[in-house]
Design a protein around this ligand. Structure first.
Ligand code: HEM
Length: 419
C-alpha cells in the first residue's frame, strides 16, 4: 500500500510558524525524518517540502501555480495587490520579460557606479557621526541608489521616510499586529507617491530617460496592448525599488560576517580577481536568513515521493532549509565562503532568491543586481573604510523573527574613510 508523507500532528500550524520562524519546516523535517510532510496552514491543507528535488517540483509550471497563493495580508504589505508574484502563464512571462530587460550589463554597470558614489558620499557624513546604525544607514543609502537608478526624483529631506517605508513593507512579512499595520501604511504611502509619479510621466510632466525602470514601467503594455493602470504600474515599480533597499539586510549580514569571521579579511583585502568576494557574497546569501519559504499551490493532481498532491493544495517550499540542507551542503551551519570555490552552479540547490530559470518562473530577476550591490558594498566595508564595532550591542540574529537582522542593527563607530 502507498505510504503517505508524515503528518505534522498539530491541528493547524500557522501559529507554530510565528513561534519557530525560519526553522519551522526544518524542525519538522528533522523530527519526521522526511523532506516532505503534511500540515494545515491558515485553516487549509498544506504540504511542506524541502531540498533540491523539492525545488524542481516547485518550479514545474505544469504542477504548480501561483495565482491565489499569496495571502492578502502579504499583498497588502510586501508585494502589492495582483502584482507579478501572483501571475501565471503568458501574463506572467510577458511581465517578467520586462523586469529582466531592465537588467542589462549596461544598466547593472550604472547601478554599480551609483552604489560606489553613494557609499562615498555617505562615508563623508558618517565620519562626523558618533555612531551609525548600519542597517538603517544602508537602507537610506540604497533608497537614494534605487530612486536614482529607477529614474525617480527624491529630495534628500524625504530619504529617511521613504527608506523606512520600503523597509517596513519587507519587515511586515512574518508579522502580526503593529509591524503588519506599519507595513500597510508604508505601502499605502509609497503607492500614492509612485502612482502620482506614473501619472506625471504619462502626461509628460516628468521625463525620466528611456532606459530607466520608471519610464519602462509607465509605458509597458500588457499582452493585450493595454497600459497598466497607474496604480498597478506603481506597484510594479515599487517591486524594483523596495527590493533594492532590502539588499540592506544582506549588507548588514556582510558586516556581521566580517566581524564574526575576521579570518577572511586578508583574503578580501588582497582579492585581485574578486574570486573571494564572489564566494563571500554567495556564502552570505546562503548562510544568513532572508527568504524563509515560498508558497504556491497544486495546479493539477500529481504524485511525488509517494505523496498525492491534490489540485488546490497549498505547497510550501523551504528556502532557508534548502540552503542549509546537509544533503546538499557539507557542514551547512559553518560559514565557509570557500565551499563555493568548486561549486557546480545549478538552479535548484541554492535558492536564496528562488530557484529554477528566472525567465520561465518566479525566480528573482534581481539576483545579479543584488550580487553587484553586495560586492561593491563589501569592497567599501573591507577596503574603503575603518570602523569599530562596539561590544555593548546585541548582535543576535533571531531566527524566529521574519525577516531578521542583528538585533542592534549593527552599530559602528569611529568611522574613517580610507584614502
Ligand atoms: C522575486 C528574493 C532582490 C525583484 C523574488 C523571490 C525571492 C526574492 C525569494 C520570489 C521567488 C519565487 O517566488 O519563486 C530577493 C532577495 C533579494 C532580492 C532576498 C535581496 C535583497 C531583488 C532586487 C530586485 C528584485 C534587487 C529588483 C531590482 C524581484 C521581483 C520578483 C522577485 C520583481 C518577482 C518575480 C516573479 O514573480 O516572477 N525575490 N530578491 N529582487 N524579486 Fe527579488
Amino acid at each position: 500500500s502507498k505510504q503517505q508523507a508524515p503528518k505534522d500532528q498539530a491541528i493547524d500550524s500557522t501559529l507554530d510558524i510565528l513561534r519557530e520562524g525560519y526553522l519551522f519546516v526544518q524542525n519538522r523535517c528533522r523530527e519526521l525524518q522526511s523532506n516532505i510532510f503534511q500540515t494545515r496552514l491558515l485553516g487549509k491543507e498544506a504540504i511542506c517540502i524541502s531540498g533540491k528535488e523539492a525545488v524542481k517540483i516547485f518550479y514545474d509550471n505544469e504542477k504548480i501555480e501561483r495565482h491565489g497563493s499569496v495571502p492578502k495580508r502579504i499583498q497588502k504589505t510586501l508585494f502589492g495587490e495582483n502584482a507579478i508574484q501572483t501571475l501565471d502563464g503568458t501574463k506572467h512571462s510577458h511581465r517578467k520579460d520586462l523586469f529582466l530587460s531592465l537588467m542589462t550589463s549596461k544598466r547593472l554597470d550604472k547601478l554599480k557606479k551609483l552604489t560606489r558614489q553613494e557609499w562615498n558620499e555617505s562615508l563623508n557624513k558618517w565620519v562626523n557621526q558618533e555612531k551609525v546604525i548600519l542597517f538603517d544607514a544602508v537602507q537610506d543609502l540604497l533608497c537614494r541608489i534605487s530612486c536614482k537608478w529607477a529614474g525617480i526624483p527624491l529630495e534628500e529631506a524625504e530619504v529617511k521616510e521613504r527608506a523606512r517605508d520600503f523597509g517596513n513593507m519587507v519587515d511586515a512579512f512574518g508579522a502580526v499586529g503593529p509591524r503588519h499595520w506599519r507595513g500597510r501604511k508604508a505601502r499605502q504611502r509609497s503607492e500614492e507617491w509612485i502612482t502620482t509619479l506614473v501619472d506625471q510621466i504619462r502626461r509628460g510632466d516628468l521625463s525620466p530617460s528611456e532606459e530607466t525602470p520608471a519610464h519602462v514601467m509607465a509605458f509597458y503594455r500588457d499582452p493585450n496592448g493595454q497600459l497598466l493602470d497607474s496604480q498597478m504600474a506603481a506597484i510594479e515599480l515599487i517591486n524594483i525599488l523596495r527590493p533594492i533597499v532590502a539588499v540592506a539586510n544582506y549588507i548588514t549580514f556582510e558586516a556581521l560576517a566580517l566581524h564574526t569571521y575576521p579570518e577572511y579579511l586578508p583574503k578580501l583585502r588582497d582579492d585581485k580577481d574578486l574570486a573571494h568576494s564572489q564566494w563571500f557574497v554567495q556564502e552570505v546569501r546562503r548562510f544568513y536568513p532572508f527568504t524563509p519559504f515560498l508558497g504556491a499551490h497544486v495546479k493539477q493532481d500529481f504524485e511525488w515521493e509517494n505523496q498525492r498532491f491534490k489540485q488546490g493544495t497549498m505547497v510550501i517550499l523551504d528556502a532557508y532549509g534548502t540552503n542549509h540542507d546537509p544533503v546538499i551542503w557539507e557542514s551547512p551551519e559553518q560559514f565557509n565562503p570557500e565551499r563555493f570555490k568548486h561549486w557546480e552552479s545549478d538552479p535548484y540547490s541554492y535558492i536564496p532568491q528562488g530557484g529554477g530559470d528566472p525567465s520561465l518562473g518566479h525566480r528573482c530577476p534581481g539576483e545579479a543586481a543584488t550580487i553587484d550591490i553586495m560586492k561593491v558594498s563589501l569592497d567599501v566595508l573591507v577596503n574603503g573604510m575603518k570602523y569599530d564595532v562596539p561590544e555593548d550591542q546585541d548582535l543576535t540574529v533571531d531566527l524566529v523573527k521574519m525577516p531578521t537582522v542583528p538585533k542592534s542593527g549593527f552599530i559602528i563607530r569611529d568611522i574613517w574613510k580610507k584614502a
